[in-house]
Design a protein around this ligand. Sequence first.
Ligand code: SF4
Length: 360
Amino acid sequence: MTQLTHRKNTRQVKVGPLTIGGNDEVIIQSMTMSKTHDVEATVAEILRLEEAGCQIVRVACPHMEDAEAIPEIKKRINIPLVVDIHFDYKLALKAIEGGADKIRINPGNIGRREKVEAVVNAAKEKGIPIRIGVNAGSLEKRIIEKYGYPTADGMVESALHHIKILEDLDFHDIIVSMKASDVNLAIEAYEKAAAAFDYPLHLGITESGTLFSGTIKSSAGLGALLSKGLGNTMRISLSADPVEEIKVARELLKVFGLAANAATLISCPTCGRIEIDLISIANEVDEYIRDIKAPIKVSVLGCAVNGPGEAKEADIGIAGARGEGLLFRKGKTIRKVPEETMVEELKKEIDALVVEHQEK
Ligand code: SF4
């Protein structure tokens, strides 16, 4: 069942200037909370998401006034825009006409064939993809009747049904999500989807929860999938500021070595040997390196007993030593610094490493 190479072996689908699928990249997405027709609020939210590292943004489009706002939003943002539509083909047509870079709509829910054709033809004309969003909580009645309750097989059957509608119209720029709030169900559904078709997969655990619990739930589910080589784009869904979704997504990609140009922090779990205020230092350094675009590992350790040796693979690090800190590179101490200035010294060393990487 495991498809270790699915990520690379999917079709490639263009979303604006980005390519989803057919490579090892996992593109980070989020969704705005503002009312889409409130252009000022939506643009401000998207610009904050861009700043945090969001690569594609999705907006809800429940009404025509939302679809009508798309051209103005597009003008003022810098990342591809996905418009999320349920059922109404007129909204889809308006969004496509307005410059959407991708739409999320399930063709099987649009209704009459002429309506589906109209949407597919408009998407073809503009060269934009369609994401099919299968959701365990809203499977077709006949599928629920067949399986009794939402199952991974039922979700794949639903995905294949929507895919077939598009393929019959010779449309193949398809991305598929198989979301469920039950982590095990989502994992099984994505695995089965990867075995059933080669369209890129958009990963997500839906309604995963608040910042704390949702981060854990999403990381568990998406982590399992990413580790199996599944997923070409993802959204961490949290009941929180969407900027938090981006932060979690970036960290998760770092864990699996899928954020090639990112800095990572190693910090000790603390114990009775601690010699410095490690927790606040670790938080400060974590914040400092969050947006650094260089593959460096930074280590922050509470003491020098096992300190530098415990983080040999760190490019740069600090270990507490009775009111002072030892700065070390690759496990070797380079100098002692007073506690009051050690974070500043560490930041300077980090900056120097970043410059070294940029010059390489
Ligand atoms: Fe304890 Fe020192 Fe290891 Fe941190 S680095 S866990 S303080 S022994």
